[in-house]
Design a protein around this ligand. Structure first.
Ligand code: ATP
Length: 311
């Protein structure tokens, strides 16, 4: 399955004043996936979205959207994209219906009340169609932003921090909305600071830091890594080397010879190569253990390590 709807090649962005916000980014977004872009403040997430949407010009590199070059064929590329920005709108006195219909017009699309009705219904805004934006709750206003972005029937939706600063219940609502859109065939790219959001929603996760994409992986593959645990055994007497029987990939001796680190998951235990097998070999080799502790890495650890490595 290799059918990218967005293809980014060798993308660099240096802002006026000389700050390099993106450094040689290569990235493909697959048709129909939910892709979560994770990164700390200032990593370059908004810059990357702005470039794909054609709001900011690249210094160099190339982006195609559904096969269209987003500079040379800007109009075709742009009309395939809906962008939900971070900020809430200012059209306080306009009604929901007018705001969303107007957005469609901006893309030069003829009016299509049936489509606007479908969008508003799917976002649970139909009852509020005649309300002015100022009368809506924060969560409803966010849904209006999504409705605006969907008004011209895009196949790709960018959500820039869709749940920043919203409460847990609203965040779950938003996740449900996004899943339904994906089920309708919309490709979704969302940026987030919340690891939990990426874990919950994404098919793939990309991590960006200091303008570089430092990791792109299937969420399930990342979760497998999450499933691995580390068992550290503090030794009674330091070892100068591991006995031959213990020389396996999953086991490492610390530089000072005082501890053994064993990385394992449920599979090894099932195959008889787990913790109990290790302990009996240690026993046979007369290696005495003083203390033990275990640790399970989370996506958060992986993320923090990656960000630390590069800074
Ligand atoms: N117009 C601009 N001119 C100069 N520098 C800019 C401009 N826009 C962004 N930057 C810088 O580029 C870097 C990346 O910014 P960007 O907004 O893309 O980060 P981000 O990952 O979206 O951050 P956040 O999570 O805080 O929204 C930052 O250091 C920012 O200060």
């Amino acid at each position: 399955m290799h059918d990218p709807i967005i293809s980014i090649q060798g993308l660099n962005k240096t802002y006026e004043g000389g700050f390099q916000a993106l450094k040689h980014v290569d990235l493909s977004i697959q048709r129909g996936e939910i892709f979560a872009l994770l990164g700390p403040n200032g990593a370059g997430k908004t810059t990357l979205i702005s470039l794909v949407c054609g709001l900011v010009n690249p210094t160099n590199g190339r982006i195609t959207v559904d096969g269209f070059d987003n500079v040379k064929q800007y109009r075709q590329a742009r009309e395939r994209i809906g962008l939900v920005p971070q900020e809430l709108t200012n059209e306080a006195f306009e009604t929901v219906w007018n705001t969303v219909s107007f957005s469609r017009g901006l893309f030069g699309k003829p009016p299509n009340p049936a489509h606007i009705e479908k969008v508003l219904t799917s976002l649970a805004l139909w009852d509020k169609r005649d309300n002015r934006l100022i009368t809506l709750s924060g969560g409803m206003k966010r849904r209006v932003l999504i409705a605006k972005a969907l008004s011209h029937e895009p196949r790709i939706l960018f959500l820039d921090e869709p749940t920043a600063g919203v409460d847990v219940a609203l965040r779950r609502d938003m996740w449900e909305v996004v899943r339904r859109l994906r089920d309708d065939g919309v490709t979704i790219i969302l940026t987030t600071h919340y690891i939990e959001e990426a874990e919950e929603m994404a098919d793939r996760i990309g991590v960006i830091n200091g303008g570089e994409v430092v990791l792109v992986e299937e969420k399930t593959a990342l979760m497998k890594k999450l499933g691995s645990k580390q068992l550290t055994l503090e030794l009674h007497t330091p070892l100068s080397a591991l006995p031959a029987r213990l020389q396996v990939d999953t086991l490492t001796l610390s530089d000072d010879g005082r501890s053994l680190v064993y990385t394992y998951d449920g599979h090894q235990e099932e195959q008889g190569r787990g913790v109990s097998a290790l302990l009996s070999v240690l026993n046979e080799e007369e290696i005495l253990v003083k203390d033990v502790h275990t640790r399970q890495s989370s996506l958060e650890d992986i993320f923090v390590d990656l960000v630390k490595e590069r800074s």
